[in-house]
Structures are given as C-alpha cells and as structure tokens.
Design a protein around this ligand. Sequence first.
Ligand SMILES: [Zn+2]
Length: 168
Amino acid sequence: MNFKSHHRAEELLLSETAGEITRAESEWLHQHLDNCPACKDRSRQWQPVLQSLKAFQVQVSPELIRSTKQAVHNRAQELQDSRPGDLLFWSAAASSWIWILWSASWLWSILDRLGNSLRLPAWTWQMAFGFWWLLPAVAVAVVLSLHREQQRSAAESGIPFQSFQEEG
Ligand SMILES: [Zn+2]
C-alpha cells in the first residue's frame, strides 16, 4: 500500500457518500479498508459527517466533483514527483477543498430555509455556515497530529511505518 492507494480510498469514500461509485470501486474500497488500519480509522472518524451528508440527500453536480477530484489528483501527482514531504499536507488540504466545494452548493440554502422557518436572526445561521466551513481546517489539524503521533509510536516500536516520506 502506498500514498496513492490511501488517497484513492479517501476519494472513493467521498464518492460513495455522493452515490457516485461503481461496483468495482466499492469492492476495491472495502478491500482496502479491511487491509489498511489507517484508512479504516479515517473512515470511522468521517462516518458521522458522511452520514449527516447522506441524510441531507445531497444533490451535487457530478461534474463539480469530478473536476475537483481531477485537480486534486493532478496536484498530488505533481507533488509526488517533487516534494514528497508535503503530500500528506496537500492530501488533507485537498480533502478540505472538496468539502468546501461540495457543501457550498446546498448548505447555504438549507441554513437559509432553516433560519427562516425557526425565525432566527440571519447572523446566527450565517455564523453556523462559517463554522461548517471551519470544520475541514480543524479536521486537517487533527489528522495531521494523529498521523505524526502514529509515525512517532511506530518509530519507537521499531515497526516500519509506511510513509511516503521514507520513499523520497
Ligand atoms: Zn489506506
């Protein structure tokens, strides 16, 4: 397993939530999750968020998702060729870009409607919108610190941790 397959697993988790996954992709994803504790953990951490997104019955433009994923993929490829140390960071950043693009299309109108029906002042739901977009930044920070911790403990126990930093 390498960075590419972990990255693909992340993309497919998002695709699966959006209902944009083929049977072969789904099989690959679940096989990867069964064999990759890191991605399994990540998918478990993402579950509450992914589930709540599903609950909204999100209708996202498939074209938007596709082009975002392509951009992310190209960027990851570039970095893999040049500065492997930054890959994790970019992967995390890419996930948050996907998140922002993905939620922008429907979240505002949901909050707007919710705010109106509850007769909340506009600033309360606008603030909620802002916090929602802060989530990926927080998640990225958590993921990065967990990853460092994992690498440290793996190094201490002498088990070679699969890291793209070591490949470079
Ligand atoms: Zn993985």
